[in-house]
Design a protein around this ligand. Structure first.
Ligand code: ADE
Length: 420
């Protein structure tokens, strides 16, 4: 592979990163199968992909799959604290243009997005929509050549739907997040496990017998609540949507508004996708030593400026844990500046689940490049054939065989005449 430019923390970390990427590769069989096909058929020859994704071992395997298919790829991180520096180094050493390092400030973060866009991409892969937003705001010149973009996460899809609603979306978007083989697995089992992992890594918190407040009961919140309960916690759910609130109640959780939950929680985990879901009036009534963690995409869910405003003292007590001593004398602990706790304090979702998310991504990149002429600037669902094929391939890889319908059953399901 030709050597290209990169911006990483330490290229010496490449070997360690390479080993970890190989480990993940062995646990991503569906992506592996797609890589084999892409290596043979080169369906992405001539395609230029700029990706703004969390730079993890799983992402590395997606990137090398796209390259195996013939694509040129430039990669930047999608969060200032989520880049795994050894992975960025390993990719850079293999010749990938990677612009990402952990601990970027906002200026460096957007400099890296700009660097990746120098590839003059025809396809954008985004996680949170920062790259697609950058193209719409500052790189309108690129729009004409972009065939489409993929969005990996709920927050990004919400942003891009808002852009479309305003009539300002200029490129076709595939909502990869919303594919069933992505959302129901990555968001639920991935976030459920990796958020708990991040919190335990940062604090060694004991879940058993403690009260955990989960804010937001989408797929991520459901996953977190299930796993927290599995660890023995008493779980309270805070949710605004009436149907989801009802679901949480019937799933057996305590359900209440944040003003009540704030007084009871030992640990708070946000996964709402919304702004200031925990704020001043809540901090003021929290118990001494309560812990605050966010599992949503952006660091806006816990109102950090509000917390700072209430604090008489702020200090880092250990890596990724900052103590705020409030004027009432109580101490609150914020993890990873309120950024994604699963990627800032742990490894993010496990490879087994990212296998399905990134199989969707890899197949959708091919779909965009083959269907560019028909696609319009709107937000599309992932075609059902792609979603179903990922499910089938994953079942094959796991050695799980579903039941098949008999001819009679198929006929029964497609008729309306037989009743009582
Ligand atoms: N988002 C959550 N977990 C991830 C992972 N392991 N890799 C890439 N993106 C992620």
């Amino acid at each position: 592979m030709e050597s290209t430019k990169y911006r990483v923390k330490n290229i010496e970390l490449a070997e360690a990163g390479h080993k970890r990427i190989e480990w993940a590769k062995g646990r991503m069989p569906v992506l592996g199968l797609i890589r084999e096909r892409y290596t043979r058929d080169r369906p992405l020859a001539g395609v230029r992909v700029a990706a703004c994704l969390h730079v993890t071992v799983e992402t590395a395997n997606l990137i090398t799959t796209l390259i195996a298919g013939g694509a040129k790829v430039a990669l930047t991180g999608s969060n200032p604290l989520s880049t795994q520096d050894d992975v960025a180094a390993a990719l850079a050493k293999e010749g990938v243009s990677v612009y990402a390092f952990r601990g970027q400030n906002e200026e460096e973060y957007y400099e890296c997005v700009e660097e990746a866009l120098r590839l003059e991409p025809n396809i954008l892969l985004d996680d949170g929509a920062d790259m697609i937003a950058t193209v719409h705001q500052r790189h309108k010149d690129l729009i004409k050549q972009v065939s489409g973009g993929c969005e990996e996460t709920t927050t990004g899809v919400v942003r891009l739907r808002a852009l479309a609603e305003q009539g300002d979306l200029k490129i076709p978007i595939m909502a990869v997040n919303d594919a069933e083989t992505k959302m129901m697995f990555d968001n639920r089992y991935g976030t459920g496990q990796s958020a708990i992992h991040g919190i335990m890594n940062a604090t060694n918190f004991l879940f058993a017998g403690q009260t955990v407040v989960v804010v937001g009961y989408g797929w991520c919140g459901r996953g977190i609540a299930t796993r927290a309960r599995g660890m023995g916690a008493n779980v309270i759910v805070v949710e605004v949507n009436p149907r989801k609130t009802l679901e949480a109640a019937m799933d057996g959780y305590w359900v209440m508004p944040m003003r009540e939950a704030a007084k009871l929680g030992d640990l708070f985990i946000t996964a709402s996708g919304n702004l200031s879901v925990i704020r001043k009036e809540h901090f003021q009534v929290m118990k001494d030593q309560a812990i605050l963690a966010n599992a949503g995409h952006f660091n806006v869910e816990i109102d950090r400026p509000g917390l700072e405003g209430l604090a008489s003292e702020i200090r880092e007590v250990k890596e990724d844990v900052v103590e705020y001593v409030l004027n009432n004398g109580r101490r609150l602990y914020l993890l990873a500046e309120g950024r994604l706790v699963n990627l800032s304090c742990a490894f993010g979702h496990p490879p087994e689940v990212m296998d399905m998310s990134f199989a969707n991504q890899a197949l959708v990149v091919k779909y965009i490049s083959e269907n560019a002429a028909q696609l319009k600037p709107q937000v599309y669902s992932v075609p059902a054939e792609i979603d179903n094929s990922v499910a089938k391939l994953k079942l094959d890889a796991l050695g799980i065989e579903p039941e098949t319908l008999t001819h009679e059953q198929k006929e029964y399901l497609s008729s309306w005449t037989s009743g009582t």
